[in-house]
Write a protein that binds this ligand. Sequence first.
Ligand SMILES: C[S@@+](CC[C@H](N)C(=O)[O-])C[C@H]1O[C@@H](n2cnc3c(N)ncnc32)[C@H](O)[C@@H]1O
Length: 349
Amino acid sequence: MDYKFKYIDLFSGIGGFRFAMDSVGGECVFSSEINEYCKNVYLKNFGDYPNGDITKIDENIIPDFDILCAGFPCQPFSICGKKLGFEDTRGTLFFDICRIIKTKKPRVVLLENVKHLIHHNNGSTFRTIINSLNGLGYNVSFKILNSKDFGVAQSRERIIIVATLNSTFDFDDVKTTSPVHIKDILDKDGNFEFLSKEEYTIIDKQYIKIQPTGLIFCGYRNKGTWKKGVRPNTEYLSRVHRQPNRIYSINGIHPTIPSQETSGRYWIYSPEEDTVRKLTLNECYKLMGFPENFVKDENKARAYLQCGNAVVIPMVKEIAKSIIRQQFDKHNYEKIRPVANNRQLVCNF
Ligand SMILES: C[S@@+](CC[C@H](N)C(=O)[O-])C[C@H]1O[C@@H](n2cnc3c(N)ncnc32)[C@H](O)[C@@H]1O
């Protein structure tokens, strides 16, 4: 294989970044993950057993690499010093990312996190992240991207941060794709779990609307429906139904697969067949862009958790392609983005 760049996979989980980066010519030279179950799944799929707890790893033993990838857990920073920079990250996992950057000086840092990171701890967490990366000599760009714009039938918004040593990363270069729908990824056969007609209500056609995100909320499970305090004939309003009881049409896209879910209570409606069934575990993985031959954890509850914690592979793949175009492809790089010294994103919150 002719590799284009080397990268490291921190907080690797079950390898969402690994699939994306490998597919665009990346060579993974180091990975780290603390959870033994995730490490085993990673081993089965990539033949590598990740290193453990990042806080215990000496950055000097990490081989040289071009891109640092990390979908790190979000933790509050101490703001005692109020400098909100590298010094204030100590005691957090982001500090471990920073100390690796400081020593290894990769050309690119690619970070992924929940959208809420921007508001976490009243914005100080995000300010600290940006200021720390600036302080380490990096230009920082960030944008909230939604997986639905990358050929995946799931609405999942994530903050993506790209820090670069050379010119600033331009998110306008990241290519989006026309949307696909739940029906496009459904398994053809399997042991499907259908609901009987008494177990759900499909709301009146006149009230069904395609939401701006592309979701089509079309009904709810009768079980646990919150009726108290609801005005008569307004049961169709989605807000009265708790998320696990909502049913979405396969002609739309799916809501975010959450990270805490262990039983995958996602219900889908086929208007053509007039049936409601549970989305299979396999279909959940397809909504994250995992390949059909991906080897999942043999424990279903863990497999659901690992799925909801992963990155959406096609989205990371498009970001990675753009990073290569802008930062590694010499011709394009010089043509499109002249090197600008000291061009840093100033974060005025
Ligand atoms: C949001 S998940 C990342 C998932 C990954 N991007 C994927 O596609 O599967 C964060 C991961 O960080 C791991 N983690 C938490 N603390 C860690 C530590 N101290 N060292 C290494 N990994 C850690 C968790 O076990 C979890 O799998």
